[in-house]
Design a protein around this ligand. Structure first.
Ligand code: TXA
Ligand code: MG
Length: 324
């Protein structure tokens, strides 16, 4: 039933109604469609179909089956998938649509294949600020499973051409919605521990915004009884380049990834994540900058990034990239 992907994956505008028709038809037949969200591009398939979800793993070349996020169009649909405690509902009402994923107990009759949930009794759900994705979920009347649209082990895509560079010929269609405004993956908060909510992954929604509603969030390690974010254990992104963090200058032979205003720096290659020291701008530029500087044999010195606001997510991704 699932059509084989074309040799050359087309890129169509996410604003084009005919492109959405085509995407809906492909998804209804078990295909994989890359589409923009405010965080990163996702590789979407019908979450209720094991065969469709298997296509995601095949296209990404993922060695193991990690649980995937089920994406929805409304809070009501989210509530058909998971049991949201009151505090989780407060977060959903405050921040959806947005860069926030909620993990909670999965409902028995949730239309999500065991493969998408990796057999867990919990499920990660997100309502992204993506008109294309919301429209497709509405038309299919089913959630869409969507990891980031990159081959396993590579950096997440924030533009349609990043998706094409990694997955051309392996997926059915790419919807182009321009550059992702947030630029790092969603913040994941889990509600499965009796101790209260835990921050499983720092991301595009700052901890301080969440904690204003929840109070202090537990660290994922506190959930030792539950290996809750399986995907978090792996080196998420393995660049070819060697990264040196918290560097205030480039050594001989190094490129420099800067942040904020500074004296002139001599380097092989240079990119400033945000000359004005704006962490949201830096997050939006992070993955593009890493792609640009990450050539074989490159060595990249990275400026210190303050561990506040979106800096927590930026530093998390940089540490993962440096630890290989
Ligand atoms: O911004 C995002 O979240 C993007 C866009 C496309 O929505 N998606 C994304 O998906 O980053 P992915 O598959 O690259 O990362 C999902 C993370 C993984 O670390 C996975 O382990 C975790 O979510 N996860 C999924 N289901 C879970 C569950 N039931 N319990 C704990 N962690 C879960
Ligand atoms: Mg990913």
């Amino acid at each position: 039933m699932r059509p084989p992907p074309p040799q050359e994956t087309p890129i169509l505008s996410a604003d084009d109604p005919a492109a959405l028709d085509r995407a809906a038809d492909l998804l209804a037949h078990g295909g994989c469609v890359a589409l923009p969200t405010e965080t990163v591009y996702g590789l979407a398939a019908d979450a209720s179909s094991g065969e469709a979800v298997a296509g995601i793993y095949e296209a990404k070349g993922r060695p193991r089956f990690n649980p995937l996020i089920a994406h929805v169009d409304t809070l009501e649909r989210a509530q058909t998938l998971i049991e949201l405690p009151d505090l989780a509902l407060d977060l959903a009402r405050a921040f959806w649509p947005g860069p926030l994923t909620l993990v909670a107990r999965r409902k028995r009759d949730a239309p999500v294949s065991d493969l998408a949930a990796a057999g867990l009794e919990t499920l990660a759900v997100r309502l992204p600020a993506s008109r294309a994705l919301q429209a497709l979920v509405d038309r299919l009347d089913r959630p869409l499973a969507a990891p980031s649209a990159n081959p396993s082990g590579q950096v997440s895509p924030t533009r349609a051409d990043h998706v094409k560079a990694g997955l051309n010929g392996r997926i059915h269609l790419i919807l182009d919605g321009g550059a992702c405004p947030v630029g790092v993956e969603s913040t994941i908060v889990s509600f499965i521990d009796s101790d209260g909510p835990a921050l499983l992954r720092p991301g595009g929604l700052a901890r301080s915004a969440l904690e204003a509603i929840t109070g202090p969030l537990a660290a994922p390690q506190a959930q030792s009884a539950n290996p809750a974010a399986p995907g978090q254990l792996e080196s998420h992104y393995a660049p070819r380049a060697a990264l040196r963090l918290n560097a205030t200058a480039a050594n001989h032979g190094e490129s420099y990834l800067a942040f904020g205003a500074h004296e002139k720096i001599e380097a092989v290659d240079y990119f400033n994540l945000s000359a004005s020291g704006d962490l949201a701008e830096a997050a939006a530029n992070l993955f593009s900058a890493l792609r640009m500087l990450d050539t074989p044999d490159a060595r990249i010195a990275v400026a210190p990034i303050p561990e506040v606001g979106l800096g927590e997510a930026i530093n998390d991704r940089l540490r993962r990239a440096a630890a290989r």
